[in-house]
Design a protein around this ligand. Sequence first.
Ligand code: ADP
Ligand code: ZN
Length: 523
Amino acid sequence: MTSRLDEARAALRTTFGYEDFRSGQAEVIGAVLDGRDVLAVMPTGSGKSMTYQLPALVEGSLTVVVSPLIALMHDQVQQMQGFGVAAATLNSTVDEAKAKAAWRQIRAGDLRLLFVSPERLLMDGLIEALKSAGVRRLAVDEAHCVSQWGHDFRPEYRDLARAREALGGVQMVALTATADTATRADITERLFPAGRQPEIFVHSFDRPNIRLTFAPKEHATRQISRFLRPRRAESGIVYCSSRKRTEQLAQVLQEEGVNALPYHAGLDQGTRMRNQDSFLQEDGIVMVATVAFGMGINKPDVRFVCHADMPSNVEGYYQEIGRAGRDGLPADTLTLYGLDDMALRRRQIDEKDIPDERRRVERRKLEAMIALCEGASCRRQSLLGYFGEASGPCGRCDLCRGGVALIDGTVAAQKVLSAIVRTGQRFGAAYVCDLVHGKESDQIRRNGHARLKTFGVGADKPVAAWRAILRQLFAAGAVQENADGYGGLAMTEKGEAILFGRETVQLRPDPEPRPPKERRGKA
Ligand code: ADP
Ligand code: ZN
């Protein structure tokens, strides 16, 4: 007797021409075919769509697929039609003839997949019409959109639980690639209320071929060109936090002979398309881009991803590095982070016009990103831990290879904190570090701060070491920006506890002295 799963496997071969299930697919498809409600958390590219496509084919029934982006729906419909699967979409951009054709197929029981946006699903009688046409299940793509805890909240997703009831309580299959543990719990609660707990599948997020490296920002442009130098024939992406920075960096790299192209949403469409096509079709192009680049880009041989600025949260970071090494071959990443990034991200969150609950969520996500940067043990272990996955040390990330044991940094921290307090909590990181090291800048002299007791208490360490210490204190929440908004630093309650010896603080050992300058950067 062949099971339904065997039938699905056969359809995978005959209809799609694929040899076998990818890891994780069979379990989810089995549960879907059993009629259970499912929440599947699987990484991008793992083949989530197959988990509703195959059941619809095997059963010969209609699945309504809710998806947030109209452009992606068109692609999916075309892709399905290319495989000979009856699929259609109904949305504002579909002309009447096509909509009529879709309805004919629905009424005749011939349509297998109907893609709609949540707004469309809830509009003028569509649900009633679909219900009487006999919908078998509702598939919710990008299910994290239902959660404020996710990174792409869409209020209309909140109505999907109700839509499912209105469709007659049909089976629901929810899919997402990005859900930390908190988001996952929230999705479950919002999509599957009261007594209809879904079966939850979490596929491993591990991408063992991607090597993770982080480095504090010293001279970002120079660090990036050093990272790119041995990789001239390879394709890769450098992510920057602003449009201006992508253009500047692309230009500097071009002048150094790198085949670099800028990409951000502010470029005109022609340039964007041209640069994207070059990246997809040629070898050895480095795309210097904002995070606007990469959605839906499927280039298997991206060999590296570099973050010129710290990503805003761990989910984004994971998505972005995940664009490397889709072919399973080794790929490298480098993430630069600095106190400026941390301060900028915190300020952006503070200034956003959003409800306080959401602000707390974003702060928590940022803190997790900062913790990953300043971490002391295996990067991959911390990253997977964030997604609720236990694992051992990878042996390949910067920390596994270089390994840092944290040391007691309380005394060093007290020197920095005291300098901040004695100068009136008004000055920025550069000023404070010069002062502690004992470098008499014009400004320090003018302010009479060279006479302070703290001036030069840290002459034993280079200024760079003090910057690293200050950054870690900022990351640990002992220091924050003051209210002036000019980048001056102030001590927090936690900082006060450290300064007065009520709390100790663990820090990384001082950074290695920098190698001699290779040549002067143009930037
Ligand atoms: P996701 O939504 O998880 O990012 P998709 O569902 O879009 O991924 O699938 C990514 C690609 O992998 C698609 O082109 C799909 O046809 C293909 N795919 C899905 N399942 C398999 C499989 N078992 N074997 C080979 N390719 C597959
Ligand atoms: Zn590691």
